[in-house]
Design a protein around this ligand. Sequence first.
Ligand SMILES: N[C@@H](CCC(=O)N[C@@H](CS)C(=O)NCC(=O)O)C(=O)O
Length: 219
Amino acid sequence: MSEFIVHAIPGSPFSRSVMAALEEKGASWRLAPVAPGTLRSAEHLARHPFGRVPVLEHDGFSLYETQAILRYLDRVLPTPQLSPSDAKRLARMDQVMNINDWYFFHGVGNVIIFHRVIGPRLMGTAPDEAAIEAAMPKARTVFSELARLLGEQPFFTGEALSLADLLVAPGVAFFTATPEWAELGAPHPNLVAWLARVEARPSMRATTWERVTELAKAA
Ligand SMILES: N[C@@H](CCC(=O)N[C@@H](CS)C(=O)NCC(=O)O)C(=O)O
């Protein structure tokens, strides 16, 4: 099996999902670091015309969109299987993945994580409190819905880790560093326990912002 190359920015939650999936599969992969200021460069736009990360390269095949990448990895690296066989569990996985992309990332993660963590850390900007406040109604719905769908299961689709957990956990993990976590996450003990369970996995420990920054320096 030829090597997997992940074009990514250290700290990017979508990129972390892909790298964590590769780690779960025990695959041989390497990071091709993308400097944040080069997302609109001709070189990067040739890989990803929308100027985002991650992009996966494998065996002469280039692919962007995290959900597509995760499902591709689960097909070409079938063990351990990260998509349930049962139709209802699989539908739940798909639903949670779409909640991540449509409701969690857009208008919640990309506002609150950006203003609380990314902007201050990378650009030295102060949080835009009004933007954060405006994002809170949708954030409340997202977090309470994630907690409801998780219920008392260890993972979103039941007893086994799935692509849904790997897609959602990197974004939720960022929230623990924000004051909003006290209202959004902490009141849901099941979500807190789930995050601890997913973050304890070697795949997630191998793909922290700090660890991927080290990989980027070594690349
Ligand atoms: N729909 C894309 C979203 C990817 C995405 O938004 N990635 C963020 C980093 S986590 C990004 O590249 N942001 C750069 C920007 O917004 O300019 C996917 O699923 O891969």
